[in-house]
Design a protein around this ligand. Structure first.
Ligand SMILES: [Zn+2]
Length: 139
């Protein structure tokens, strides 16, 4: 499908069609901050689980056969990759908060419409509105 011809308004970048009220921006900020707190708590918990697993590994490895050791190593790797992905999501949310302050957050990259607050709260890294996202997925 051909891309719709770019509309040139005197060489300017397309301006968002709608504006967001300050109250809405605050709502997004609140949702993002809550999300970040949630993720931070999840991250701390995962880290303490890793520590626990590590301690178990050291204290209770006397009777282990190779399979046990393998399972424990696997569990530990799983925990670490979980921790890393949580960390990444925290970074995403923090970046979103920065962009929100600059006014560049929460607008659909494709159509320039505001992405609904609920969607941003659920997916802080969303850069497309629901209908554009659906279009993108259908291709
Ligand atoms: Zn859109």
């Amino acid at each position: 499908m051909a891309k719709p011809a770019e509309t040139r308004t005197a060489g300017r970048k397309p301006v968002a069609k709608a504006t967001r009220s300050a109250a809405e921006t605050e709502k997004i900020r609140g949702a993002l901050a809550a999300r970040r707190d949630e993720l931070n708590a999840e991250y701390d918990q995962t880290l303490s689980e890793i520590t626990e697993l590590q301690r178990d590994r050291l204290t209770d490895s006397a009777g282990d056969d190779q399979a046990d050791t393998g399972t424990k190593t696997f569990e530990r790797e799983q925990e670490i990759s979980l921790a890393n992905s949580i960390k990444e999501r925290i970074t995403q949310v923090e970046r979103a908060l920065e962009r929100l302050d600059e006014g560049g957050y929460g607008w659909c990259e494709r159509c320039g419409n505001p992405i609904p607050v609920e969607r941003l709260a659920a997916f802080p890294s969303a850069t497309l509105c629901v209908s554009c996202k659906q279009l993108a997925e259908r291709r």
